[in-house]
Ligand binder design. Structure first.
Ligand SMILES: [Zn+2]
Length: 436
């Protein structure tokens, strides 16, 4: 059944305008709400007689009291962030504003389908704001049925929310789904690429941003000169999407980029985590862990790769390409454990040469003499197992486990007692923060 047919059916059931129902359905479907759920939600919204929602206006609620069981509410709060974005349905581009709203009791995401002129810092009352569920949490839908007014009396926000006005964040604070964020970053890598977008060929920039807390990959859908020029830049109204298991900063045509006149000490305060915390993030681009290498896995040392797909091959056989002429390479897959959890550290050819203490040519020579290439892995095992290392790199977490692609791998010179004390102090600080 087409969307229009669903709308027709609903509109006649509920006795409301069909065009209005179509718009609402499109909005929900655009956000991947299944059609049955979308229709349910509209029945609630338009007060299907059977659900008893027909009488009376929406109730006034504090932000913290809004639940996914509400169909619509009237709410007063401070706009923390407001970022424009363009979405497309049925071939047309539609401009929406997304952000967060807060009062004394909580913070809630909103999407505005009309141009209400929302600005960070405004205190607003949204009458008849729709409530929908997104990822298990309630979210506000401000549409044409919503009456919106700017309120003069200031809402007294707790400082942890007041700090969020304008959406300023460090890279380490960003997570997938964040909208209307402001960051100050250094452009560490940047390349212009042509991709096949939905409007045909599009020029984009992609690369890596860094700030004091770490680094994140980025894509700009609107090549900005200030980014391409490199150096420190302030970006307003960017959003965060997941790409290959880690958050990625997205810069759109609605974002602004201004060159910054200050230095950014990239990575100065890089996130150092326990292995358990790191794995718990579900994937993080730039992280440092310290732990003991407890074993070196098979497939380490001298290996051969498929010349076509680069996969590691066994006995001259690629899983995908069958019998191939393997290309020799060096790598290590080591299990690192810090007492909280374990992950696999992957060392590339350069880092492997360092721990092996020789080049690929040396490894080939050693394997030839022993008539067994596993001697290379054995040497590496002897060198690193049982020692403590400080590892920095990109962590991905998927069904195959947690893999940390190391960018640096150095023996830890920490005093274990001192590190334990630091860990405990960090934990105390985190607990204090939560207790507030
Ligand atoms: Zn292959």
């Amino acid at each position: 059944m087409e969307l229009a047919d669903h709308a027709e059916e609903l509109a006649s059931d509920l006795g409301v305008d069909k065009q209005e129902v179509i718009t609402d359905l499109e909005n929900l479907v655009e956000y991947s709400v299944p059609i049955d759920e979308a229709k349910q939600s509209l029945r609630r919204k338009y007060g299907d007689g059977s659900s008893g929602g027909g009488g009376g206006g929406p109730t006034s609620k504090e932000v913290g009291a809004i639940t996914t069981a509400d169909s619509s509410v009237t709410v007063t709060g401070v706009v923390l962030t407001a970022g424009k974005r363009s979405i497309r349905y049925q071939g047309d581009d539609h401009e929406i504003t997304e952000g967060t709203l807060a009062d004394e009791t909580g913070v809630i995401d909103y999407t505005a389908w009309e141009e209400f002129g929302l600005e960070p810092g405004d205190t607003i009352t949204a009458g008849n704001a729709g409530v929908r569920e997104w990822d298990g949490e309630p979210e506000l839908n401000l549409g044409e049925r919503t009456s919106l007014s700017i309120v003069d009396e200031a809402v007294d926000l707790p400082s942890e929310y007041a700090d969020l006005v304008g959406g300023e964040a460090s890279l380490a604070e960003l997570s997938t789904g964040d909208r209307a964020v402001t960051v100050e970053v250094d452009v560490l890598e940047c390349e212009r690429r042509t991709i096949d977008g939905r409007d045909g060929e599009t020029e984009i920039l992609s690369g890596v941003f860094g700030d004091e807390t770490g680094r994140l990959p980025f894509t700009t859908w609107d090549p900005k000169a200030a980014i391409e020029a490199g150096g420190p830049v302030r970006l307003e109204n960017v959003y965060v999407q997941e790409f290959r298991g880690v958050p990625e900063v997205n810069v759109s045509v609605y974002s602004t980029a201004t060159a910054l006149d200050r230095d950014i000490a990239v990575g100065e305060n890089t996130t150092s985590m326990t292995v358990r915390e790191a794995v718990g993030t579900g994937g993080i681009y730039d992280v440092e862990v310290v732990g003991n290498v407890i074993s070196v896995r098979d497939g380490s040392g001298l290996i051969q790769r498929c010349p076509i797909c680069n996969r590691v091959i066994q006995k001259g056989q690629c899983r995908v390409h069958g019998e191939v002429d393997g290309v020799d390479d060096l790598r290590v897959k080591a299990i690192l454990d810090d007492g909280t959890a374990a992950l696999t550290v992957v060392l590339d050819d350069e880092l492997t040469e360092q721990v092996y203490g020789g080049t690929l040519a040396d490894a080939l020579e050693q394997a030839r003499e022993a008539m067994d290439q596993s001697v290379v892995a054995d040497d590496i095992r002897e060198e690193i197992v049982g020692r403590e290392y400080r590892v920095r790199g990109h962590l991905s977490v998927d069904e195959y486990g947690a893999n940390l692609d190391a960018e640096s791998f150095t023996e830890s010179d920490d005093d274990p007692a001192e590190r334990a004390a630091t860990l405990l102090a960090d934990r105390d600080a985190a607990v204090t923060e939560v207790d507030g």
